[in-house]
Design a protein around this ligand. Structure first.
Ligand SMILES: C[S@@+](CC[C@H](N)C(=O)[O-])C[C@H]1O[C@@H](n2cnc3c(N)ncnc32)[C@H](O)[C@@H]1O
Length: 215
C-alpha cells in the first residue's frame, strides 16, 4: 500500500493490522515523518520524505493507494491521478478523502453567524472558481486548492479509473448519542471520499489514456 501525505502514519499502521504485506508512507513534512517513525516499530512500513506530486514508483507496484485529507493541498490533482494510475496494479484501488468542495469553496471556511453568535448557515460561494484558497489551519496560513466534485470525479474517470464509491461521511447515530455537539456536522458535508479501481488496459486504451504519459 502507498499512503500519500501519511502524516503521523496512522493509516500505514492500520493497514498492517489489516494484513497489508508492506506499506510506504510519504509526506513532505519532516516533523510529521519523525513522529511517524517514532510511533512505528514495523520493518514492513517505510516512510519517505517526498512531495505527492513527485512520486515516481514503477508501474503496477501497489494494490492500494490511499490518501487521507492531503490532496486538497496539491495543485495538480490531474497529474497525481495519472501517476497513481501508473503505479497502482490493474484491479487495484485508489481511495482518498479531501475536504469537501462545499467546505473549500470559500477561503474563510466558516459559518455565517447571527447577531447572537448563533450559526445561521454554511455559506458557499465561488464554487465554480477552482484554484488556491488562503486558509488557516491550526493557527498556520496554508494554501488549499478548491476543486468541484465534478472535477474530482471526472479526473479519475479521464485517467482510466472506474469509480466504485463516493461517500460524504457524517456522524453515526451512535456517535451523536454520546457527542451531541457533532449534530452540527449534519448541516453540511465536511469530507468527500472517493474510491476508484484501475480498469484493465483495454478499457484505458479505449479511453485514449497512455499510462506512460504520466511519467
Ligand atoms: C491533514 S494532514 C493528514 C495526515 C494523515 N494522512 C492523516 O489522515 O492523519 C495532511 C498531510 O499532508 C501532508 N502534505 C500536504 N501537502 C503535501 C504534499 N504536496 N506532498 C506530501 N505531503 C503533503 C502534510 O505534511 C500533512 O502531513
Amino acid at each position: 500500500m502507498l499512503d500519500l501525505g501519511c502524516g503521523f502514519g496512522w493509516h500505514c499502521r492500520y493497514a498492517r493490522t489489516k494484513l497489508a504485506r508492506s506499506v510506504v508512507g510519504i509526506d513532505l513534512s519532516e516533523n510529521m515523518l519523525t513522529r511517524a517513525r517514532e510511533s512505528t516499530d514495523d520493518p514492513a512500513i517505510q516512510y519517505h520524505r517526498l512531495a505527492i506530486e513527485d512520486i515516481d514508483f514503477p508501474e503496477d507496484t501497489f494494490d492500494l493507494v490511499l490518501s487521507s485529507l492531503a490532496l486538497h493541498y496539491v495543485e495538480r490533482f490531474d497529474l497525481v491521478c495519472r501517476k497513481v494510475y501508473y503505479c497502482v496494479k490493474t484491479g487495484g484501488t485508489f481511495v482518498f478523502s479531501v475536504e469537501h468542495p462545499v467546505f473549500t469553496a470559500r477561503a474563510a471556511q466558516d459559518w455565517s453567524y447571527g447577531s447572537h453568535g448563533e450559526r445561521l448557515h454554511w455559506p458557499v460561494d465561488q464554487y465554480q472558481e477552482e484554484g488556491p484558497r488562503q486558509a488557516r489551519f491550526l493557527d498556520h496560513d496554508v494554501v488549499k486548492y478548491h476543486r468541484t466534485v465534478a472535477t474530482y470525479v471526472n479526473t479519475l474517470l479521464d485517467c482510466g479509473f472506474r469509480l466504485s464509491k463516493l461517500y460524504e461521511p457524517s456522524p453515526t447515530p451512535t456517535l451523536l448519542e454520546t457527542h451531541p455537539e457533532w449534530q452540527e456536522e449534519l448541516r453540511r458535508p465536511m469530507f468527500l471520499v472517493l474510491a476508484a479501481i484501475k480498469s484493465d488496459r483495454e478499457q484505458s486504451e479505449a479511453a485514449n489514456i497512455s499510462p506512460r504519459a504520466a511519467r
